[in-house]
Design a protein around this ligand. Structure first.
Ligand SMILES: *Cc1c(COP(=O)(O)O)cnc(C)c1O
Length: 404
């Protein structure tokens, strides 16, 4: 079944000064097999395209795979985070604490609720929200904390829970990168804290677009109603043979359910996930073996008590050792046919948030400093040993050509 590369890195020769790649190496293409394609075709021929039996099965399989009690498949992770805040009853004016070092969706959903985004700076090594900064940011108006397991490295949950639990503040997980990941033996998403995963095209498991909300079953069921206009029965319950036409709108909900076409991809992607994850870890280990202890490079951290999801490989440059900056480095990579990206432009540096909260770059200095030095290297299960050697050789070559 697996179409992704299977060769071992162990037998591979060490990278030498490489000839530049002649073809472009994409940053994060999806890894799809014939089974996904056949399942989509089967759905197209089935007469049922929207939320139905395959979405239901995907929810059950997904929850089973991570040890969650129940799952709610959605159109995106963003929808999952939004519904989580809805289910928690966040009100206009409430404060929600999150990290500046994340994708805009994490903070946008706070704004959608009319709540106030409160940022807490990140740890220099993991780039995850720093419990000490959360402690300083918490107030009598704090109604939730959204943690982001950046790149797939779990947040220090013991410390965050020690702050949140005595004050009765719920924790919501943006687990867009954390599939699969574990913290001190606890699989992310296996508890009762509301947790949203992303199945966007570049993520560890893709349904093209999509997401899954897991956590406390009552909260998830409340989110399920909200995901379908606040209707008391979804269309599968109404239009299937055993269905009934009657429904009632019990809340002014949204429309962010997953379709069976998307779930068709998810069912097979989920079966491939363990192999995908193993391969991602191997690629990351090969990168880190090559870049560790290099004076110009700072590989991503992986603390000993976590199981890393390895969604991203965020490499930071040490500007004092180089004559070019991060932007120049990215241009060099593109010129040498290696796709790369930047994760993330911190929340407080985007115009909307700057204008709304009057934030300056230096207000969250660790996030801002990391942003200026960070780039993400290709990390996906389709990378061959040669691809990985090309990336390593190219990065080391650019460093050598541009050493201070
Ligand atoms: C991708 C991503 C999201 C949003 O996921 P969607 O499924 O596209 O809504 C949220 N948070 C983080 C950290 C992400 O990387």
């Amino acid at each position: 079944m697996p179409e992704y590369a299977q060769e071992s890195f162990v037998a591979a020769p060490r990278p030498v000064a490489p000839a530049p790649r002649t073809d472009f190496l994409p940053f994060a293409p999806p890894t799809l097999g014939e089974e996904e394609i056949a399942e989509v075709v089967d759905t197209l021929r089935s007469g049922w395209l929207s939320t139905g039996p395959k979405t239901l099965r995907f929810e059950q399989d997904f929850a089973g795979a991570i040890g969650a009690e129940t799952g709610l498949a959605l159109s995106s992770c963003t929808a999952g985070l939004h519904l989580a805040l809805m289910a928690l009853g966040i009100q206009p004016g409430d404060e929600v604490i999150t990290t500046p070092y994340t994708f805009c969706a994490t903070a946008n959903v706070i704004e959608h609720m009319g709540a106030k985004t409160i940022l807490a700076d990140v740890q220099p090594d993991t780039l995850n929200i720093d419990p000490a900064c959360v402690e300083a940011a918490v107030s009598g108006n704090t109604r939730a904390i959204i943690v982001v397991h950046l790149g797939g490295h779990p947040v220090d949950l013991d410390e965050i829970r020690a702050i949140a639990a005595p004050r009765g503040i719920p924790i919501v997980h943006d687990a867009a990168h954390a599939l699969p990941a574990h913290y001190r033996g606890e699989v992310i998403g296996s508890g009762t804290e509301l947790t949203a995963f992303s199945f966007y095209a570049t993520k560890n498991l893709t349904t093209a677009e999509g997401g899954m909300l897991v956590g406390d079953p009552e909260m998830v069921e409340r989110a399920r109603v909200l995901s379908h206009h606040g209707m008391s029965r979804d269309s599968w319950q109404r239009y299937s043979r055993s269905g009934n036409w009657y429904y009632e709108v019990v809340e002014a909900g949204f429309k962010c359910n997953m379709t069976d076409i998307q779930a068709s991809l998810g069912l097979w992607q989920l079966k491939r996930l363990p192999g995908f994850h193993r391969r991602r870890g191997e690629v990351a280990a090969a990168y880190t073996a090559a870049f560790a202890r290099h004076p110009a490079l700072e590989p991503p951290a992986s603390r000993p008590y976590v199981g890393h999801g390895w969604h991203l490989y965020v490499l930071r440059l040490r500007p004092e050792a180089l004559r070019i900056g991060r932007d120049g480095f990215l241009e060099e990579l593109a010129g040498r046919n290696i796709g790369a990206s930047v994760h993330f432009i911190p929340i407080h540096m985007h115009p909307y948030y700057r204008n709304r909260y009057g934030w300056a770059e230096g207000d969250f200095p660790v996030a801002a400093d990391s942003y200026h030095r960070a780039l993400s290297l290709p990390l996906h299960p389709g990378l061959s040993v040669q691809d990985v050697q090309d990336v390593i050789g190219t990065v080391l070559g650019i460093v050598e050509d541009n050493s201070a």
